[in-house]
Design a protein around this ligand. Structure first.
Ligand SMILES: NC(=O)C1=CN([C@@H]2O[C@H](COP(=O)(O)OP(=O)(O)OC[C@H]3O[C@@H](n4cnc5c(N)ncnc54)[C@H](O)[C@@H]3O)[C@@H](O)[C@H]2O)[C@@H](O)CC1
Ligand SMILES: [K+]
Length: 504
């Protein structure tokens, strides 16, 4: 698990490290500069020549101070360095002034505008986490000039113009090949479009106090491979009943695939028994494609209700929605399950479309509810336009979770999960997963994890992470263009098997 602080949290970690632990900012700055130097040196003779010609553009805050310290280190190891100091701020930081004196004393060239020379490296030390408002005027011009220059582009801490909290571009942004960020990754460097501006992101330790990080415990975080250890453990002394019973209420008269993907994904995640409740027209297709699943079908409202009753009395967890359609039977089924079931529910796709007509329904369930809307479904649920959701995806995700007391899995290229408190931001997965059926697979994985023993909140986060890893594996095998939902399902066992091999 890794924290993803926002601007305020990062500034507070910074402040407390300096004030309460007594580690001077200038020491942190030196380590910040050394870490960038090491990243440059590691790329020499591959991406970069053995001796580099480097332009470092700075403004008068501490981000600029890092840039000046780097200028000194590069010059002292024999590289050619020039500094462009924009000097548009009325007040400079103490550390910046200190570093500027040293740079001048060493005879490093400092200009106030960018020359038209060519450089191997262009370093952006203009704004870091201190960025507060839109970049305009002289700063905008300089950033755009830098973007248009050839050369390898490195951002100090964050590309200037990227909001550390939201990942939005404020006015304009430096477009980096590499961002060396300090202490912890930042929310704005994993959310779009910030992550597109950042290029490769390398997180370097520079001496922030770990205790302050733990005390502040930033609200947002992500998972890495070590978090697969959160998967429920299997025991030798077990049978299929031990690994849960998952009901999948999915598919409609003209749609069978969604039920197959969801059911298979639940099985592939380790569920003991999966029972599919679907329209009778799907019986043959589903029976053929996933013979492991038990089937119960309906063709009218009376039979649909019988299915709902069966699911409520049989299952440990119930998924409703993939390919369900919006027929009278579908609505009947959904209402019954929400009002009568006490076990955890996962509501996806058409279940959410039905609910968007009557949101109060969500509050009627007595157990835990997980919803898995994509942006379009979230827009219908909240009446917020998709571009506005995208701009503030974490806030929207968290607010909805809080208002309706649900676990909200808001699906986008960076899916986020919240139940109203902390926020998980997913960093696995790729654009090849924008393919029909991928959402059904995710709903099945989350349902399967609940069936095998994860808490619904853990299942949502881990499910999103595993689904993304399976997508990455599918992309490796089939390519992002050619991969389809089936490839994602088939990759799930490989992701989980990797953990078993590691014996985590
Ligand atoms: N506190 C410290 O001693 C350390 C700070 N570090 C570096 O310092 C950075 C943060 O430094 P600062 O807090 O000084 O802030 P920045 O250097 O990010 O920004 C400088 C100043 O620019 C002004 N500003 C903000 N948005 C603007 C805009 N759109 N147009 C014009 N001016 C704008 C603000 O007044 C801000 O304080 C980090 O990102 C990191 O690179 C690291 O060196 C580690 C140690
Ligand atoms: K920067």
């Amino acid at each position: 698990m890794f924290y993803l602080p926002d601007r305020d949290e990062m500034q507070e970690i910074d402040r407390r490290t300096i004030k309460e632990r007594g580690i001077p900012g200038i020491l942190l700055m030196e380590r910040a500069a050394i870490s960038i130097l090491e990243e440059i040196n590691a790329r020499k003779d591959t991406v970069l020549p053995a001796r580099v010609k480097c332009l470092i553009v700075v403004e008068g805050g501490n981000n600029g101070g890092d840039g000046l310290a780097l200028a000194r280190l590069l010059a002292q190891q024999g590289d050619q360095v020039e500094v462009c100091y924009i000097s548009g701020l009325s007040k400079v930081s103490d550390s910046f002034a200190y570093q500027l004196d040293i740079v001048r004393n060493l005879g490093i060239q400092v200009t106030d505008e960018i020359s038209q020379k060519e450089y191997d490296i262009i370093v952006d030390g203009i704004f870091g986490v201190g960025l507060k408002r839109d970049v305009a005027g002289i700063w905008k011009n300089v950033i755009e000039q830098m973007n248009n220059m050839p050369g390898y582009k490195i951002a100090v801490d964050l590309p200037s113009g990227v909001d550390a909290t939201t990942g939005q571009v404020l006015g304009t942004s430096f477009r980096a090949d590499l961002t060396v960020t300090f202490g912890l990754n930042k929310r704005g460097l994993v959310l779009h479009p910030g992550c597109d501006m950042a290029g490769q992101v390398v997180v370097r330790e520079i001496g922030f106090s770990d205790r302050e990080v733990q005390d502040i415990a930033p609200e947002a975080y992500g998972y890495d491979l070590s978090d697969l250890a959160r998967l429920p453990k299997r025991s030798d002394n077990s049978n299929k009943g031990t690994y849960g019973r998952a009901a999948v209420i999915a598919g409609s008269a003209d749609m069978s695939g969604a039920a197959v993907f969801a059911a298979e994904a639940a099985y592939r995640t380790g569920t003991g028994l999966v029972k599919v409740y679907t329209h009778s027209l799907n019986r043959t297709v589903i029976g053929n494609r996933i013979p492991e699943a038990v089937l119960m079908t309906y063709s009218d409202e009376v039979e649909a209700l019988k299915c709902a009753e069966d699911a409520v009395s049989w299952a440990d967890v119930i998924l409703v929605g993939p390919g369900l359609g919006r027929s009278g039977e579908a609505e009947e089924l959904l209402r019954y399950v929400i009002c009568e079931a006490e076990q955890p529910l996962v509501l996806d796709a058409d279940a959410l479309n039905i609910i968007s007509q009557d949101l109060e329904l969500l509050k009627k369930h007595r157990g835990e509810v997980t919803v898995t809307p994509h942006l379009g479904e979230m827009s219908r649920l909240t009446d917020i336009a998709i571009p506005d959701i995208k701009k503030n995806i974490l806030r929207v995700c968290k607010d909805f979770a809080m208002e309706y007391n649900v676990i909200d899995v808001l699906k986008d290229s960076r899916t986020c999960v919240s139940r109203g408190g902390d926020i998980y931001i997913n960093t696995s997965g790729n654009n090849g997963m924008s393919t029909a059926g991928a959402g059904d697979v995710l709903a099945g994985v989350i349902t399967g994890l609940i069936a095998t023993g994860s808490s619904p909140y853990e299942a949502a986060k881990l499910g999103v992470y595993i689904h993304g890893l399976a997508g990455d594996l599918a992309a490796e095998r089939m390519g992002k263009n050619g991969m389809i939902a089936r490839d994602i399902v088939e990759s799930i066992p490989m992701v989980i098997k990797g953990v078993e091999n590691e014996k985590l």
